[in-house]
Design a protein around this ligand. Structure first.
Ligand code: SF4
Length: 339
């Protein structure tokens, strides 16, 4: 089954807040107000490009705080998308919003118009981080919103950020723990970037905010990613999309900008696993991993192979396996042993 999202950006609409990191226009590449006509046109255009077959398609209202828009506008936008659900052309509707814009009345409306997935911007479960980031809600607000959403048949996604003002690696790990306790269906993790025309840019320029490095971000991600996978909570995205709007040449001022930051973190996770095997039994020379994960295990530019050689004085080989799941690894003495 292939999954397709038809993105409909709702830039900053309905949001009276100004989170320090947020420049919705830059992130969505749009500051145009969305109308039901735009919703219909966007869905039609995307549908004409999506190949037939075993597929699941959802219209996705992203970018702002959807449930903070006026009830009339929410209804008109949802109605336009719901027409496509009713005639079987798409399978559902997803949207992202803030935890303080969740109530029974709001959730009843979403259900009535075929919404299948609700994503909440949690960002942190540490109140000091939330205050310093200008979020305007607390960790308790998140817990209450999640409790309410779970009374409905929605898929629940939670978004967290790492490297916000006042954040530390330990606080990010605590946030991940608390998010796991809330048992979402999936999560997204966004490392904090300093974008042009945000309050964070001012804090960065005055030295009040220190952007995280790629190394610190990777070091934090390598702790957090396995926590979610152990609990079978899928991390569907790490980092913002690299677009023309957010690039070192454009709106990006500072922060752990790397197009493959997740792969870097997963490479580190494999490095630690290989070292774990070798520390117990240094006779192992061949390691099998899922066939799609070879490049992660080998590391960027064969980094892991080189580091193992430096650390243990011998070269190892990484072999593809069809039977191992992603993230699993087995060790062998030589290639004959390896099946
Ligand atoms: S709540 Fe969302 S849309 Fe509003 S300022 Fe914060 S990040 Fe931007």
């Amino acid at each position: 089954m292939r999954y397709y999202n038809i993105p409909i950006f709702v830039p900053h609409e309905g949001c009276p807040f100004q989170c320090v990191f947020c420049n919705q226009k830059r992130i969505t590449g749009s500051d145009t107000s969305v109308t039901p006509e735009i919703v219909t046109k966007t869905i039609e255009e995307y549908l004409s490009t999506i190949p037939c077959g075993n597929r699941r398609i959802e219209a996705a209202f992203f970018g702002g705080s959807f449930t903070g828009i006026s009830a009339e506008k929410q209804e008109s936008l949802l109605k336009a998308a719901y027409e496509f659900v009713k005639n079987g052309k798409i399978d559902g509707i997803r949207l992202s919003t803030r935890p303080d814009y969740i109530s029974e009345e709001i959730l009843d409306r979403l259900l009535q118009y075929g919404v299948t997935t609700v994503e909440l911007g949690v960002q942190s479960m540490d109140d000091a981080v939330l205050i310093a980031s200008g979020r305007g809600h607390t960790a308790e607000t998140v817990e209450n919103a999640v409790k309410l959403i779970k009374k409905y048949p929605f898929n629940l996604g939670l978004q967290m950020m790492i490297g916000l003002p006042e954040d530390t690696k330990e606080k990010s790990i605590k946030t991940a723990e608390k998010i796991i306790d809330l048992a979402p269906d999936f999560v997204r993790i966004y490392p904090t970037l300093v974008l042009k025309d945000t309050y964070l840019e001012k804090l960065y320029n005055t030295g009040e905010y220190e952007a995280w490095s790629v190394e610190k971000t990777v070091d934090t991600l390598k702790e957090i990613l396995p926590m979610f996978s152990k609990k079978c909570i899928e991390v569907i995205r790490v980092a913002l999309a690299v677009t023309e709007e957010i690039s070192p040449e454009n709106a990006l001022i500072a922060g752990p900008f790397h197009p493959a930051i997740r792969e870097l973190a997963e490479g580190e996770i494999y490095f630690d696993k290989i070292c774990g095997f070798l520390d117990k039994d240094s006779s192992k020379r061949v390691f099998s991993v899922n066939e799609c994960e070879i490049s992660k295990a080998v590391g960027n530019g064969k980094k892991n192979i080189k580091r193992i050689k430096e650390k243990y004085g011998f070269e190892i080989k990484i072999k593809p396996s069809k039977s191992l799941k992603k993230g699993e690894i087995t060790a062998w003495k030589d290639e004959q042993d390896c099946i």
